[in-house]
Design a protein around this ligand. Structure first.
Ligand code: NAD
Length: 446
């Protein structure tokens, strides 16, 4: 394949057939540095990964990194923060990992990709003074990657690292993976302003067809949840549970109130489990009816929970959950609540996946005030790389990194964000290290 800016290095192109990957010994993997602190954390992540792969496989395997460009780098190389070529290259390479990207959030017409400042004119940034990073406001780069590559599953592993100050008494029992549907539900974007033609037409239609009144000054949102979208995300969650040998998959929904969207998500999820994983799964009812509550070997327990109760249960009985599948909005809330249980966003990894493409990512933002200071915690991106190595089947390298990180945190060799929490909690042996210093601490302890 011919690209304009992308230089594909020598190596093995990853192949995929029916969702099954073929990875050579020198797989070509896309890397997007990201804006802001992406410049600090991405090279650290690459160094940690390269070292772990070298140590695990004695030089027999190595990653051929292929730099790809979006955000500020996209603007510089292509004149666009979201170049088509980058999307095409990710599709071609099938696996990529990315730092955070600036997203305009206010009403202003322009945003600076250096410092995320927003203003109403082009040209020089009124805050940082740079004149090569201001561009017209745009829709979220992260969301566009998901939409353009149809990355329907947002995957968020949540686990505790011993030594991290965490607010929850049972934090050490947290170890589950959240599968959040990415393309449907309220995030599909069918949101109509009050008084608009579409909002009025929907209000009229509901009155005409259902005989029910909606106040005429209401804004209207539409929440589509389909059989296709539901089965696709539940299949992905079950495939993960099978591959990682996990004991349960829980369907989380608000079906007691929204029977035909949230309730159907649960119903179709169970259907999928029966249709495609019938020999591997049992329901809670069957567990008690047929096995007296004792889990038979080799099976995955299918459960369902109402969304509000799961927010309690991840705090009171977190060890009862290993994979959770949710529609979009509840998945969004639960992912952030769950990562808070174990000490906050700094160490939360993530990925967005389709059946053919996986894009691993840091889950925090660009933290512009720390850009270039070699200060922030690279943990989220490094743990996303651990997910990536597991996805590739390079488990030995993933385990080395995890072990290195566990030990660095136990030894309190951590970046400022964790250091200040540890000191607050009364630890006297804390060594605050830089972003690259944290990478070195992990490497030393692999
Ligand atoms: P942020 O995540 O950048 O920062 C929130 C707080 O967390 C700040 O105090 C920051 O200093 C701290 N922080 C963030 N990452 C850290 C790390 N790795 N180590 C230590 N501390 C860290 O969120 P924000 O300030 O709301 O957003 C800044 C920019 O990032 C905005 O343009 C926003 O839209 C964008 N953003 C991008 C993503 C993404 O690309 N996935 C996610 C969230 C925000």
């Amino acid at each position: 394949m011919q690209f304009k800016e992308v230089q594909v290095p020598e190596g093995d192109l990853i192949q995929s057939e029916n969702g099954k990957l073929t990875i050579g010994d020198r797989p070509i993997i896309g890397v997007l540095r990201g804006d802001g602190i992406g410049t600090d954390i991405t090279p650290v992540m690459q160094k940690v990964v390269n070292t772990a792969v070298e140590k695990a496989f004695g030089g027999r395997r190595a990653i051929a990194w292929c730099p790809l460009y979006a955000g500020l780098e996209g603007l510089r190389r292509y004149g666009s923060e979201f170049p088509d070529e980058t999307v095409e290259a990710i599709r071609y390479l099938r696996i990529a990992i990315k730092g955070p990207f600036t997203t305009p959030i206010g009403e202003e017409t322009h945003v600076c990709l250096h410092c995320a400042h927003q203003q109403d004119k082009p040209g020089k940034c009124e805050k940082c003074g740079k004149d090569d990073g201001v561009c017209e406001r745009f829709r979220s780069i992260n969301v566009r990657f998901r939409q353009h590559l149809e990355l329907f599953a947002c995957v968020r592993p949540i686990r505790y690292f011993a030594g991290v100050p965490a607010p929850n008494k049972y934090a050490d029992k947290v170890n589950f993976v959240i599968f959040r549907e990415n393309t449907e539900d309220v995030y599909a974007g069918y949101d109509f302003e009050n008084g608009s033609d579409t909002a009025r037409a929907i209000i009229d239609l509901i009155k005409q067809r259902e005989g029910r009144e909606i106040r005429s000054d209401s804004g209207i949102g539409v929440k589509p949840i389909s059989v296709f979208g539901t089965k696709r995300i539940v299949r992905k969650a079950l495939q993960w549970a099978v591959a990682q040998n996990l004991p349960s998959v829980t369907l989380v929904h608000k079906g007691n109130i929204m029977k035909f969207t949230e309730g159907s998500f649960c119903k179709w999820g169970y259907e999928l489990a029966q249709e495609e994983f019938g020999d591997r799964t049992i329901t809670e009812k069957a567990l008690w009816d047929d096995f007296d509550g004792k889990m038979p070997g080799g099976k995955i327990l299918m459960k369902d929970r109402i969304a509000d109760s799961i927010f309690q249960q991840i705090q009171t009985r977190p060890d009862e959950y290993s994979v959770l599948a949710l529609p979009n909005l509840n998945g969004d809330y639960l992912s952030d609540a769950a990562i808070a249980l174990v000490g906050g966003l700094g160490l939360g990894p993530g990925a967005n996946m389709s059946d053919d493409v996986a894009l691993f990512e840091a889950t925090h933002g660009t933290a512009p005030k720390y850009t270039g200071m070699d200060k922030v915690n690279p943990g989220s991106l490094i743990l996303s790389a651990v997910m990536m190595l597991n996805h590739m089947g390079w488990y030995e390298a993933a385990d080395l990194i995890l072990r290195g990180m566990e030990r660095s945190i136990q030894d309190a060799h951590v970046t400022y964000d964790l250091a200040r929490l540890m000191v607050r909690d009364g630890r006297s042996d804390v060594s605050e290290v830089s972003c690259s210093g944290f990478g070195e601490a992990i490497i030393q302890r692999m």
